[in-house]
Write a protein that binds this ligand. Structure first.
Ligand SMILES: [Cu+2]
Length: 189
């Protein structure tokens, strides 16, 4: 009987200690988020030039960038083709002034084999585009979608200490107290 109580108390304590650790590691990242894109010739499918998340998988349109309003991103574009490219986020599928300053070499272009990066923070939600500003490259397929969602709409992960972790700790304390009381009422034989 005494052993069973000890096992239960130990289990509750272990769960109570592990749970906040597990929760803290899944905490949502709100800054310093890095995205690496590759710009170059489309590997398969339609379009001449495109973007990809790897040098061997470049598509047209490029991969959709799902961003969260108010989060700071650093986007690096590696130009893996033998021709110049660039990157900018714009309201429509056309060359324009980059939104939130999210533009890389929009007039000077990223030379073949080089890379460029930009750090920016989306300040509005909605559907946008990213394009290459080298003349004719949008029509050759060099664009992708950008979706910015509001921070409150994204999954909220409780900060440490979470309500759940506190509940486990409270349970553990209650169990120890109960055990101590139990020992006093019924002295061990
Ligand atoms: Cu281009």
């Amino acid at each position: 009987m005494k052993n069973q109580i000890f096992i239960v108390v130990t289990l509750i304590l272990v769960i109570g200690l592990i749970s906040p650790l597990g929760i803290s590691t899944t905490k949502a990242q709100t800054s310093g988020t890095s995205i690496t894109l590759y710009a170059g010739s489309v590997n398969s499918g339609s379009g001449t030039y495109g973007y990809g998340l790897s040098a061997s998988k470049i598509t047209s349109p490029g991969p959709t960038l799902n961003l969260v309003e108010g989060t700071t991103y650093t986007i690096t574009v590696n130009n893996v083709s033998n021709m110049q490219h660039s990157f900018e986020i714009v309201p429509s599928e056309a060359i324009g002034t980059p939104l939130w300053g999210a533009g890389i070499d929009t007039t000077s272009f990223i030379p073949a084999g080089s890379s460029g990066s930009v750090t920016f923070t989306p300040s509005q939600t909605g559907s946008f585009y990213y394009v290459c500003t080298v003349p004719t490259h949008i029509s050759l397929g060099m664009w992708g979608n950008v979706v910015v969602s509001s921070a409150s709409a994204s999954p909220t992960i409780p900060e440490f200490p979470s309500a759940l972790a506190l509940l486990f700790v409270a349970l553990a304390i209650a169990a120890i107290t109960a055990l101590a009381a139990w020992k006093k009422i019924i002295p061990s034989r």
